[in-house]
Design a binder for this molecule. Structure first.
Ligand SMILES: C[S@@+](CC[C@H](N)C(=O)[O-])C[C@H]1O[C@@H](n2cnc3c(N)ncnc32)[C@H](O)[C@@H]1O
Length: 272
């Protein structure tokens, strides 16, 4: 098959990809017919979904700003997706031109487009890796030489941990990532949930099995557990829209309709 420009030849275009479906929902241009078909099918079942994805992106933007205000100037963004408007490095480098960002994604299309977009930006890097192999992510990130793991780091896991099934022990993965971070580091997580959700949302989740990565919805308690013993910042782990909205008028009348919890925690140096 003739591959579109910039797309690595090894990409399987016969299956939809979660990253490209997500890109389509966000209004991006990095998706193919197979992705659009699945996106439309999901959207017809859950008219909320495009708004949900935008809400996820907005949560990430607000969280990154809070980290920047806390002095974080380096970010490891895992499951970063296809670059669309308002990428982490854009938000971060607007506030601090010296901010460094390493993007990690499993999807070769997301990685190819990220490399294209970031060419010439010396303070950013891209790694193709699987969150289920956190040691490799850490090794590759260290090799890039952009992040200093002895200084506070922002670890971003927005809309990605739900792609890790229980069998791959997401709790252990999170523990590995937290253990690599210096005191003062922050962890940002947003994660889909079945709590407070209507049946249509749960049905759409079943469709995600048709992409390379199936979603596992989890409880508030499970998602909160991913922060380990780090200090969870106010207002806690909440429906994403309720996490420090820019303005109260931004909050939907039913913030739970987006079906995902978000939270941010800080690694405080243990006393003694
Ligand atoms: C819903 S998008 C989220 C994008 C971005 N973090 C955001 O919040 O706007 C999820 C991304 O996670 C990636 N992903 C899924 N499973 C992954 C894994 N095991 N390791 C790394 N990335 C993964 C997908 O390729 C996709 O780009």
């Amino acid at each position: 098959m003739q591959m579109p420009d910039g797309i690595p030849a090894e990409i399987d275009l016969s299956r939809p990809s979660a990253a490209r479906v997500y890109d389509y929902f966000l209004g991006g241009a990095h998706n193919f017919e197979i992705d659009r078909q699945l996106a439309e099918q999901i959207a017809s079942m859950t008219p909320n979904l495009a708004a949900t994805m935008r809400a996820g992106r907005e949560f990430l933007r607000r969280a990154v700003r809070v980290l920047l205000d806390a002095g974080i100037d380096q970010f490891l963004d895992i499951g970063s997706g296809i670059p669309t408007v308002g990428n982490v490095h854009e938000v971060a480098q607007t506030a601090n031109p010296k901010a460094r960002v390493v993007y990690v994604d499993i999807d070769p299309v997301a990685v190819a487009h990220s490399r294209e977009l970031l060419a010439g930006n010396d303070l950013t890097g891209v790694i193709q890796a699987d969150l289920r192999d956190p040691e490799r992510i850490l090794t590759e990130a260290r090799k890039l030489g952009l992040l200093d793991f002895d200084r506070p780091l922002g670890i971003l896991l927005a809309g990605v941990v739900h792609f890790v099934p229980d069998a791959d022990r997401p709790g252990d993965i999170l523990a590995t990532l937290r253990a690599a971070a210096a005191p003062g580091s922050h962890l940002v997580i947003s994660h889909s949930t079945y709590e407070d959700q209507p049946q249509e949302m749960l049905d759409a989740q079943r469709l995600s099995a048709r992409t390379d990565t199936e979603i596992t919805l989890r409880s508030w308690a499970e998602i909160t557990g991913y922060f380990g013993d780090w200090t969870i910042l106010e207002p806690g782990v909440v429906h994403m829209e309720l996490w420090r909205p820019d303005s109260p008028s931004d909050v939907d009348a039913n913030p739970e309709r987006f079906g995902a919890f978000g939270g941010v925690a800080r690694y405080d140096q243990p006393a003694g």
